[in-house]
Design a protein. Structure first.
Length: 173
């Protein structure tokens, strides 16, 4: 995302506005995208971004207790193979429940699908900010997520490091 998506977005904004630079404000994953992009395309980002504000930056997530991330981490290679074989590249998108590939994935990985269904539900209502919960839930997952993003989080969880996604090679992708 930091190598292709963010530069594409920046170029689109600069083209539409006629400006020479943008101010980039990233939150959570948006900070990771910029950290990565700036590390591999330093000259591009120096030229196009006047200021970078990192809100809630994320990095290594070795202490995550989220069942979905834990299950994905424990089964990452198999999950990569199955989602690719079934051509599943998005989770919980608009047609998620109707897709036949979802049926096969959930039959093969019932624990993963149970974790996926419960992700974003209140775990501790006495501690959660009820006024903001629906905004958080929609923003964070009800609108869908890429399989690759989930697998990248799972990789970082298992390695205990913040690192580039170890993308499968060969005919796998």
């Amino acid at each position: 995302m930091g190598r292709y998506d963010v530069p594409s977005t920046i170029n689109f904004i600069l083209d539409k506005t006629g400006n020479e630079q943008v101010a980039y404000v990233g939150f959570s994953q948006g900070t990771s995208q910029m950290f990565y992009g700036a590390s591999v395309m330093f000259s591009y980002y120096r030229e196009k971004v006047s200021v970078f504000v990192a809100l809630g930056p994320c990095g290594a997530i070795p202490n995550s207790k989220t069942p979905l991330i834990q299950t994905a981490g424990d089964n990452r290679k198999t999950l990569e193979y199955v989602t690719h074989t079934l051509s599943i590249y998005e989770l919980k998108g608009p047609d998620w429940l109707e897709a036949s590939s979802t049926y096969y994935l959930c039959n093969f990985f019932p624990e993963f699908c149970e974790d996926l269904k419960s992700f974003g539900k209140l775990q501790s209502p006495e501690f959660d900010n009820m006024a903001r919960f629906n905004v958080w839930r929609y923003h964070n997952f009800d609108s869908g997520s890429s399989v690759m993003a989930l697998l990248h989080f799972a990789q970082n969880l298992k390695s205990g490091e913040f690192e580039t996604y170890d993308r499968p090679t060969g005919n796998h992708w």
